[in-house]
Design a binder for this molecule. Structure first.
Ligand code: SF4
Length: 353
């Protein structure tokens, strides 16, 4: 299970607090050289226990096919059960059918497209590069190229997004019929342009009850359309749940390559620093307490939940009270947070641990 971080974007989204840079072509090649060197150096860590490769960012589609090919060949281990590439719709439209076919030939079998909204006014406020029409065009280019597993990202819960605008975005999303949808509530992240706007009084967050209304609308609409709500922010057609991300939530070891990537070997984490060409690692061993908290926080975000006996013995709180109040429910031998309480899962987990 390998994650590759591509730290480049062609512009910066208003809400983004991630590390990324705007790069020249020579910087892209120097980055690829450094990434290939890291893959070589860490070859013995790369196993095929969960045979997935995920190239995320930043914006991986700023990379030309030739650079992507060098990286994928250096990592080796393919073909992968799941090989996901995060894509910006504008890059797909600009680079066209040939690029899409080239991705498929590289072994990419799942594309996660950052659409975020189908409302042009909202997309402008977010400073996204594409508009709604280009997002639809990009999606169709990938379909025509032969991709059978497409995911789209959407954002809800902002004062920029009215209920009717959110409904329109969901209608448009359903019109595309993607196999997978990831949907995140807009947060004001430290270091983002949005945080500055908020501090200057030019943005105010949407009240919680209105965010909840949009989340409920999302859940009911996607359930009617046959999607499985398998994690707080993730919905899939049956059989299209993300293999790579699902393994993260079960705390399966993975290798993260590239600047700002992290890795997990089952007990300790490696954090790469952020420099796009000369990154270096630092290490942290998790204490049993940190492992317990992480297992609970990740496991209870999923519809699968956690084994009942393990959870009972791992928390101080009276689990029976949580069951009585409907804050937890049984599913097989597991306990989970019911879907209608997913929105307040952070509060439930806080009380539980
Ligand atoms: S949200 Fe994604 S595309 Fe936008 S600036 Fe951040 S990393 Fe780049």
């Amino acid at each position: 299970m390998v994650y590759v971080h591509v730290p480049f974007c062609r512009s910066f989204c208003t809400y983004c607090g991630f590390y990324s840079e705007i790069a020249s072509e020579s910087a892209l090649n120097r980055y690829a050289d450094a990434l290939i060197a890291e893959a070589e150096e860490r070859r013995n860590e790369i196993t095929d226990e969960v045979p997935t490769l995920y190239i995320g960012g930043g914006t991986p589609t700023v990379l030309p096919l030739s650079v992507l090919r060098r990286i994928v060949e250096a990592i080796g281990k393919g073909p992968y059960e799941e090989f996901t590439l995060e894509a910006n719709p504008e890059d797909i439209v600009e680079k066209g059918e040939e690029y899409a076919a080239g991705l498929l030939a590289l072994g990419v079998n799942r594309v996660s497209m950052g659409i975020q909204s189908f409302d042009d006014g909202v997309l402008r406020k977010m400073n996204r590069r594409h508009n709604a029409e280009r997002a639809v065009d990009g999606f169709h280019i990938l379909r025509r190229a032969g991709f059978r597993n497409l995911s789209i990202d959407l954002i809800f819960g902002s004062s920029w997004i009215s209920d009717s605008c959110w409904e329109k975005t969901l209608d448009m999303a359903m019109g595309l019929s993607p196999e997978h949808i990831s949907c995140y509530q807009l947060s004001v992240d430290e270091g983002s342009a949005l945080a500055e706007m908020e501090a200057a009084g030019r943005y105010s967050a949407l009240p919680d009850e209105l965010c909840r209304k949009q989340y409920d609308l999302l859940c009911s609409r996607l359930s009617r359309e046959g999607y499985i709500h398998y994690e707080i922010s993730n919905f899939a057609r049956p059989g299209f749940e993300a293999v790579h991300n699902s393994a993260y939530w079960r705390r399966v070891p993975y290798v993260g390559l590239g600047p700002a990537a992290h890795s997990f070997d089952g007990s300790s984490r490696r954090w790469n620093s952020s420099n796009p060409v000369h990154w270096s690692p630092s290490f942290e061993t998790l204490s049993p307490e940190e492992e317990r908290l992480e297992t609970i926080m990740l496991g209870l975000r999923t519809a699968e939940g956690l084994p009942e006996q393990w959870l009972r013995s791992s928390v101080q709180a009276d689990v029976d009270n949580f069951l009585k109040e409907g804050l937890l429910s049984r599913s097989g031998g597991n306990l989970r947070i019911p879907e209608d309480r997913f929105f307040v899962s952070d509060d439930i987990i806080r009380e539980l641990v």
